[in-house]
Design a protein around this ligand. Structure first.
Ligand code: MOS
Length: 700
């Protein structure tokens, strides 16, 4: 008997690829139940205040309008855990863009026209939307995002820093950023005999189901949420968002199915943003470059609706030798939209600052920046003292340097010219924690030799179906084609969201466990009984166990840039990353994750920016023309490689997350390359031409 190749670790093509490129794959609002109506929300046009009048009667007379919902008549919700979901419940306007009404009509055009026409009156109040490092409202929170302590101190930074032979003290700033997935946040919802069904564009429909049940006072069994195909999220769909609550409210109010796709121009105010940060980093080191004192102090903003603190100082607790350390966060609640998760929240922003400061320390000590990082590679996690389950940062740096041709680099800045262009190269390190959540799954063997795996995973463009089929086929010793994977509905076994780079580890573990149980039973039965055989698993007990290890993925990025001395435009010419992220389960889809996140890092470094307008209290960029996500022309040949890592302390697959680490470090590598190219140390992202040009001299 011949055996098929083991399915895990092979570059299987994603199973829904054909459906996606032929348009057969249907997204949340590509289903039109009979009698479907269309809803368009109305955003507040003041930055703070109260709604004093909603002139619903005027637009109810317009063609096709079924209803106008506002705090005056909308269904009452039970208070949600997430206060951004308490929509149309009272007259308060906490920020510009907060929804104050919802118009429902027979066509999308009529709904849009009526929403535009709706007159809302406000009692406006003074607003404050300016984040400054000395804002009087700054306070130290208990925790930052991901439930980490806001402040950690080790040793005596205040004594060690002044005593250091070499010191770097630099402050880095970043504008707000927005996730802007291709598919906007969208839902189709309907009620049928007390049962609420929603097709929602979400990263995790189990959580959406639980939230809808809670706010509408239903049993979980009375709600079904389907997220079959999702056009990206990058964290902005990681939590339930207003569109699904509004669609369900409108469907209940009108007695019809209701479709609601948030207009792109409204997204910036209602689905989260990466909060702007002001980050001061101080590094004290010996002449040998070994760090003796490290402080990373972060100032950021949240809204008055809820507290969200971008945990940017957290990677400094993981990365480098630092006997004396202070890592802290301060936050101020402004009249701005609520910030939230955006790809590698904390690590992406924090590693921009830390890895830029490391480059400045390399210059200050005269050491090569790769060598400097190798000298500060710790044996145990500095903050916890725990051993690493695996840490191959040094290998990533060395392998990346070799592939990139780093040894030919002349460290002197501002000396490589090609016509009007200045050229330079930069390096930065990356890290992302290993996160795993409990998940349930079932595995079924049919008498015809096929298998069905059921788990409420979500595929947001990553290849979740494919890799879960690979895991199942591997455990069952079955060909990949014999495994069908059902995901994307809350009626399936409960599972966590596609977020925190934890999906494959979390869902995969439960699939692995269910398949192992099934295989055991099949052996006992000596084959599949006539009615088939099913095994169910839940990984709660395994995942709850505390690991004695510090578990993180690591990586290194190398960038080559050109800065145009005439226009100030910076372009990336080469970008190369090497990652150590456990066992890579599917090299094809993994590579796509790495290079996608690196492309997002190019945006963070050079083009993406959400500017807060202080007068109107609004993010100025409302579309993909003004908020420039890298397009093909901005993205050079990106290369991603990985180190084969064998780590037995993670999960049965031996995998770490790979969705987010690619963006971490990329912006710093590019900014460091800009310094090498131009000799100017620019510490405010993004590095747009207006910021760069004043430092460039075309005549020299
Ligand atoms: Mo990611 S920002 O955790 O979806």
């Amino acid at each position: 008997m011949t055996h098929p190749p083991p399915p895990l670790g092979t570059p299987a093509v994603r199973s829904e690829a054909r459906d996606k490129v032929t348009g057969a794959a249907r997204y949340a609002v590509e289903h039109t139940p009979p009698g479907c109506a269309y809803a368009v929300p109305v955003p507040a046009t003041v930055a703070r205040g109260r709604v004093t009048a909603v002139h619903a009667e005027e637009v109810l007379a317009l063609p096709g309008v079924h209803a106008v919902l506002s705090h005056e008549n909308a269904p009452r919700l039970k208070e949600p855990d997430d206060p951004t979901l308490a929509v149309l419940q009272n007259d308060r306007v906490p920020h510009r863009g907060w929804y104050v009404a919802l118009v429902v009509a027979d066509t999308p055009e009529n709904a849009s026209a009526a929403a535009e026409a709706l007159r809302v009156e406000y009692a406006a109040e003074e607003h404050d939307v300016r984040l400054t490092a000395d804002h009087p409202g700054l306070y130290t929170p208990q925790e930052a995002n991901s439930e980490v302590p806001a402040v950690r101190e080790r040793g005596d930074f205040d004594a060690a820093y002044p005593a250091a032979a070499v010191r770097v003290d630099a402050t880095y700033t970043m504008s707000a950023l927005h996730n802007h997935p291709m598919e906007p946040h969208a839902s189709t919802a309907w009620w049928d005999d007390g049962h609420l069904t929603a097709r929602d564009s979400s990263q995790g429909s189990t959580k959406v189901r639980d939230t809808l049940a809670q706010v509408f006072g239903l049993e979980q069994g009375q709600v079904t949420v389907v997220s079959e195909h999702v056009g990206g999220g990058f964290g902005s769909k990681g939590t339930p968002r207003p569109q699904v609550v509004l669609a369900a409210m409108a469907a209940r109010h009108t007695g019809r199915p209701v479709k609601l796709a948030l207009p792109r121009r409204q997204l910036a105010a209602v689905v989260g943003h990466r909060a702007p940060t002001v980050q001061r980093v101080r590094l004290g080191a010996g002449a040998d470059g070994v760090i003796t004192a490290l402080a990373h102090e972060v100032v950021t903003q949240t809204s008055t609706v809820k507290e969200f603190v971008e945990q940017a100082a957290v990677p400094a607790r993981v990365m480098y030798t630092s006997p004396h350390s202070r890592t802290s966060h301060q936050v101020v609640a402004l009249d701005v939209p609520s910030p939230s998760w955006m790809r590698a929240p904390g690590e992406a922003s924090g590693m921009y600052a830390l890895e830029s400061a490391m480059d400045e320390l390399a210059v200050a000590t005269g050491l090569d920046p790769v060598e400097l990082r190798l000298r500060n590679d710790p044996d145990t996690e500095p903050d916890s003292g725990k051993p690493f389950s695996s840490r191959h940062l040094a290998e990533c740096l060395r392998d990346g340097a070799r592939r990139f041709g780093w040894d030919r680099r002349d460290p002197r800045p501002g000396i490589r010219r090609e016509g009007d262009l200045l050229l330079g190269t930069g390096v930065a390190a990356a890290t992302y924690p290993v996160l795993i959540s409990p998940s349930a799954a079932t595995a079924h063997a049919a008498p015809d030799g096929t298998y069905v795996i059921r788990v409420n995973a979500t595929d947001i463009g990553t290849g979740a179906r494919t890799v879960l089929a690979q895991i199942a086929a591997d455990v069952l010793g079955a060909p990949l084609e014999s495994v069908r994977v059902e995901i994307g509905s809350s009626d399936l076994p409960a599972a966590p969201l596609a977020g925190g780079s934890s999906g494959t580890a979390s869902w995969g573990w439960s699939v692995h466990k269910a398949c192992a149980l099934l295989a055991e039973r099949l052996e006992r039965y000596d084959g599949v009984p006539a009615e088939g055989l099913t095994a169910a698993a839940d990984t709660e007990p395994e995942v709850a166990e505390d690991s004695p290890y510090a578990r993180h993925a690591f990586g290194a990025q190398f960038a080559e840039v050109q800065a145009d001395t005439v226009t100030g435009e910076v372009r990336v010419r080469r970008l190369l990353g090497v990652y150590a992220a456990g066992r890579i389960l599917n090299p094809r889809t993994a590579r796509s994750q790495f290079i996608g996140a690196m492309a997002m890092g190019i945006g963070m470094a050079l083009t993406e920016e959400s500017t807060m307008d202080p007068a109107f209290g609004d993010f100025a960029e409302h579309d993909l023309a003004s908020y420039h996500v890298p397009s093909c022309a901005d993205v050079p040949a990106i290369e991603a490689y990985w180190i084969d890592e064998d780590d037995p302390h993670l999960n049965p697959m031996g995998s770490k997350g790979i969705g987010e680490i690619g963006i971490v470090g990329t912006a710093a590598a590019i900014a460091n390359a800009v310094h090498h190219a131009t000799g100017a140390r620019l510490r405010d992202l993004p590095l747009t031409p207006d910021k760069v040009l004043p430092y460039l001299d075309p005549a020299s």
